[in-house]
Structure formats: structure tokens, C-alpha cells
Design a protein around this ligand. Sequence first.
Ligand SMILES: [Mg+2]
Length: 214
Amino acid sequence: MPPFPSAEIKGIIFDLDGTLYVCDRFATEIQNAAAAYIAGVKGISETEAGLLMAATRQRLSEESGTVQTLSAVCTELGGSIQDLHRFFETSLRPEAYLVRDERVIRLLERLSERFALYIYTNNNRVLTTRIMNYLGLDGLVDGIFTIDDTWRGKPDEGMVNRVLDEIKLSPNQVLFVGDRYDVDLRVPEQLGCPVYLSQNLEQLLRLEELLTPI
Ligand SMILES: [Mg+2]
């Protein structure tokens, strides 16, 4: 990956789930909760719903050529993203799975001294706030953009432009960091933003060194 134009970057926009923490068990819990929601919508068992969702995700991915989000799969199967997130708020327990990592806290503390930091996530505001608090990351970011701001899930060009407008930075000044290129990074990159794919703690921690002025 080429070095970033560090001198131009004024802000960093992080995805949350899978980026600022990685937890396969909680990711599975999210998929299971979504299957429970779709099971209710369709009047089928949770196992059947899980299989149906996997098949739908596969089909949509093949048709579109890009990775598909849970939001897209839910909508395709006749569910409502609003209802899905209401269900998530009452059923998901991130506190039972996530582990606070001081290295991530220190990283964001140091980055916050040099950059404006933001979260932009397909998660909802209630769960995002709970997760940020639990991980000790609350208070370290300057703003949070969640799916319930507009109910338009990533990837969405209109939403990226709206975020850039709100934080009053131009594309070349904002680094996007996420764990799924198709979902988190493709649209910002097309708009001229630098991007960084981070799928584990080592890659996340490396960000600081990549942002060090030469
Ligand atoms: Mg993610």
C-alpha cells in the first residue's frame, strides 16, 4: 500500500465493527440475531432463516459483483432495517463478548491529538454508543455517524458526501479506515479519499506509523 499523503490528512473516519475491534464470536451473535429476526418475518425456523440468508447473500454478491451487507440481505428478504435494528438493540449483548484493549485506546488518544476522529458505521446509535463506552473509546472521537441517521447503509455515495459536508473537510483531507473494502472504502476512494484496509489489530496499530510525517 502506498504511503498516505499525511500532510494533507486532517481527519480519520473509522468503521466500528471488525475495524476498531475484531471479535468473531460477537460477529456470529449478530448473524444469529439477524436470523432470529428473519425467522419471525418469514415464519420459518432460525436454522432455515440462517441458510436462506446465506444463500441470498451469495446470490446478491454474484449478481452485483460486490460483498453484500446484512442490511441488503435483510431488505431483500422482506425485512425492515429499522425493525432489524430495534431487534438488535434488545437482543444483542456486546458486553458479553468484547474485550477492552488498551492499545486501541492509546492509539486513538494519540491520533486524536493530530486528527479529528469520526465513526461511520452500519451499526445503530444505541449499540454503537454501548460498544464505544465498553471499549473505552467514548470521548475520543469528534462525531459518530450511524445507520439510523438516514437508514441508508454503507456503501452509499450520498451518505459519504453528507459526512464530508458535516465534518467540513475535502476528500483528500479524510482517511477512511475499514475492514471491508467493498462496504467501507470503495466509495470514499472513488470520491478521492485516501483509504486504509484494517482487518486485525496489527493492521490497525500500524496506522500510526503510516501516518507519521516523513
Ligand atoms: Mg466493519
